[in-house]
Design a protein around this ligand. Structure first.
Ligand SMILES: Cc1ncc(COP(=O)(O)O)c(C=O)c1O
Length: 447
């Protein structure tokens, strides 16, 4: 059957969208970003319809969340069934089957050998906060290594770990003490000017600052945890060389620290594997999950090796974490991702990667195209040689694509992240690439 999207009937924002935006602007907190004026009425699969009837192809999935597509019938049916039974009882104090089923499922799926345990949360930030508490409780140490360019959420502990944008931290201090930031391995932007291939091979650009830190400022045996995104999300969809993860795995093994992966954005099939840890083949002690886990329902998780999840009985809990309706959505999501969508992400991802590389060959403004599964970054520069960041271009491109019916989202300083629902097909891939290039061509003529 022919697809009914993208289809722009009225230049967005149309009249109904404008009314919603006006109310929102009057009453909602001014802290929200609001990337562009998309006002959603409904969604289905990779299609979003706005309140004026415009239909879009979604290449951002509400920031990599709608893993199974919008309102997947199996996820909706699981939610409905659970909601008819009961809405809440509090998992911290009582039991229910969906909760223990999901704990078991995630403990068995999580990367790395040996038994694991699960703590369920409402969000990614709550998972990160809990993981930090867990690492401190387990090691009886305080200090944490985090990375430049990282994003771990918006709660006070999480912004202490993050360092992607100053606006996330300004005026919110004093933040958590004992956090040390080190460079992330970004082979496209090696600070020593090495080529991507040279930099990928254990480069001094990120190793030397780590060695200096432990020589001059804090002992290796004082570190409770190293927390990293195995692929940088908000910071620009940067894929590090495997050696970077192995370096920190070895560091933690040798010094008794806990290796935490924040896979809130990269987990649940997005990279074509269940976790980026599987793709890069280096396992953490603790993994933080959220976003795609509930297909849009608010649920996250901390999954840890049993030997590490040693915090005291009663020391951590959550009123809503692992709510029964969210657990049902997560179980249905995992069924779909494990049995088909993850594999689809790998196939569609390599088609998109090849397609974007073809576009890059024609457009000097694209400095780098990188990706794994349906997590792709397209980085824009003013000059390929100097790799000068192309400020504001990403936002212009988002708007140009939006007007043509393609939903995009930026990340980092000048990167478009391609993170569609994992249900996209060949036609969506072709449509997305076509609109992306048309929008790019329009801007290149205009600038
Ligand atoms: C890697 C990562 N960690 C944590 C978070 C925070 O998740 P939440 O917004 O659910 O608190 C995000 C959200 O974008 C994220 O990308």
């Amino acid at each position: 059957m022919a697809k009914t999207y993208p289809n722009i009937l009225v230049t967005p924002p149309g009249p109904k969208a404008q009314a919603v935006i006006a109310k929102d602007e009057r009453y909602s907190s001014p802290s929200y970003i609001k990337e562009y004026p998309l006002v959603v009425e409904r969604g289905s699969g990779a299609m979003i319809e706005d309140v004026d009837g415009n239909r879009y192809l979604d290449f951002m999935a509400g920031i990599a969340v709608a893993a199974t597509g919008h309102s997947h019938p199996k996820v909706v049916a699981a939610i409905e069934e659970a909601a008819h039974k009961f809405l809440h009882i509090c998992s911290t104090d009582f039991y229910y089957p969906a909760f223990s089923d999901l704990c078991e499922r995630l403990a068995k799926l999580a990367p790395g050998k040996g038994p694991k345990r699960t703590f369920l949360t409402n969000s990614g930030a709550e998972a990160v906060e809990g993981a930090i508490k867990l690492a401190r409780a387990h090691t009886k140490r305080q200090n944490i290594i985090a990375f430049e360019g990282s994003f771990h959420g918006r709660t006070t502990g999480a912004i202490s770990l993050g360092s992607s944008k100053v606006k996330f931290r300004r005026h919110f201090g004093p933040l958590l003490p004992g956090v040390y930031h080190l460079p992330y391995a970004n082979t496209y932007r090696c600070t020593l000017g090495r080529s991507a291939a040279e930099c990928a091979d254990g480069c001094e650009c990120w190793q030397a600052p780590a060695e200096r830190l432990f020589r001059e400022r804090v002992g290796k045996d004082e570190i409770a945890a190293v927390i990293l995104e195995p692929i940088l999300g908000e910071g620009g969809y940067v894929i590090p060389p495997r050696g970077f993860l192995q370096y920190w795995r070895d560091f933690c093994d040798e010094n008794g620290a806990v290796l935490i992966y924040d896979e809130v954005q990269t987990g649940i099939g997005r990279t074509g594997r269940m976790f980026a840890a599987d793709l890069l083949d280096v396992a953490p002690d603790v993994i933080c999950l959220a976003k795609g886990l509930g297909s849009g329902m608010p649920i996250g998780a901390i999954v840890a090796r049993e030997q590490v999840m040693t915090w005291d009985h009663g020391s951590h809990g959550s009123t809503f974490g692992g709510n029964p309706v969210c657990c049902a959505a997560a179980l249905a999501t995992l069924d779909l991702v494990e049995h088909g969508l993850m594999q689809n992400a790998a196939r569609m991802g390599s088609m998109l990667l090849a397609g974007f590389r073809k576009i890059a060959a024609k457009h000097e403004v694209i400095g780098d195209v990188r990706g794994a599964g349906l997590l792709l970054g397209i980085e824009f520069v003013t000059d390929r040689k100097t790799k000068e960041i192309y400020h504001h271009f990403v936002h212009q491109l988002e708007l140009a694509a939006f007007k043509r019916g393609l939903l995009l989202l930026g990340c980092g300083q000048s990167t478009i992240r391609i993170a569609p629902p994992l249900v996209i097909d060949e036609e969506d891939v072709a449509t997305g690439l076509r609109i992306f290039e048309e929008a790019l061509a329009e801007l290149r003529v205009a600038v």
